[in-house]
Design a binder for this molecule. Sequence first.
Ligand code: UGA
Length: 434
Amino acid sequence: MKIAVIGTGYVGLVTGTCLSETGNDVICVDINEDKIKKMQNGEVPIYEPGLDLLFHRNIEQGRLHFTTNLAEAIKHAQIIFMALPTPPGGDGAADLSYILGAANDISKLITDYKIIINKSTVPVGTADKVKAVFEANTNIEVDVVSNPEFLREGVAVEDFMKPDRVVIGTKSEKAKKLLTELYEPYVRQGNPILFMDERSSELTKYAANSFLATKITFMNEVANLCELVDADVDAVRRGIGSDERIGKRFLFPGIGYGGSCFPKDVQALVKAADENEYDFQILKSVMEVNERQKTILVDKILKYYKGDIKGKHFTLWGLAFKPETDDIREAPALYIIDALVAHGATLTVFDPEGMGNVKALIGDKVIYSPDQYAALAGADALLIATEWSLFRNPDFEKIDSILKNKVIFDGRNLYNLDKMIDMGYYYNSIGRKL
Ligand code: UGA
């Protein structure tokens, strides 16, 4: 099938690349000339495991193209995906100007039937707004479809190639038929393609992310309570996760959820509820608790040093909001850095992928180390904010020989508690005994 993907961010680029992998002919469009030039020269602009291979293979085989020329892409494609940003506007509601702007441009270019697909996370009613743009500008038949993505950064390629489900919001039989053909290769193991109306599809995305954010937040609160009653959150997690109704996944406590999706989507759903005069209380609490959780490591540090960390030096392992990504949007590490520096401490940081982005954002507020062990020099304690695999089994002898004191504050519960105690560490983690 002939496809255009407008917007080459995480979602657009993964979508375009993975759609070309099953034999479709895909043109990806972006207004950023620099980025397009780089991709035309074979450079993948983001770090996403597995993307490189598919990207180069499909370019070489002539199925994946990049352009800044929207008209060329629209002429080429029957199915047009919009994967554009929907940042929170000043009032917390998603800003639709990129989507409606693109719809306006597309509507002026089309000369035959097209399926226009919203891949971005958009408020309920957006498909209707996009439809209205087309109705105002053209008589050509189009179907506007909601098809939210459920990709996780870091495993986005795997998630796209083998989705748990594909959600498609449309009432058009023609669109249903074409999109079933498009997605069938991805659900061969029997996972469902779920058809529904546009509004339910749009809400499904917000409900999914908000539910997951709630699940994590619930566990963060259980963890906080565990510390007070001398229980172990790992045990409680296993105890409840074995109940299939609860499930084992997404129960890991930590230093708050971050990233470009959960914080924005929870906020947008609360806002949408407010606009409809519904007080979405549970989500308001989720937002509040998550704010508090982001600096819980700092509270622990302040308590340990009796409120005075002026002149202390810390090493921070992990900056990205989660492993296997260079994405630092809403990363808890940034809040930790801010708070510690505000209290007069200094930091050396290390992250396998996120340091460039942090440097671009906060410059020389911290010292950057190219090596996880060299980063420990002169530090009073080690702090951990991201569960990268390479932090899971470190050389503790090496850590001992460089770190000034055997003190670790771990926001991701990477190490076995008994082992740490045996090795003589002061090891403060989340929801576990000290
Ligand atoms: C999330 C959803 O999982 C995707 O399904 C969705 O498509 C995506 O948002 C989106 O809307 O685009 P992502 O933001 O990449 O994906 O990250 P997740 O892996 O879901 O993690 C989100 C946050 O929750 C991270 O800060 C992570 O550290 C935290 N988390 C996750 C926990 O604290 N505990 C857990 O057990 C799991």
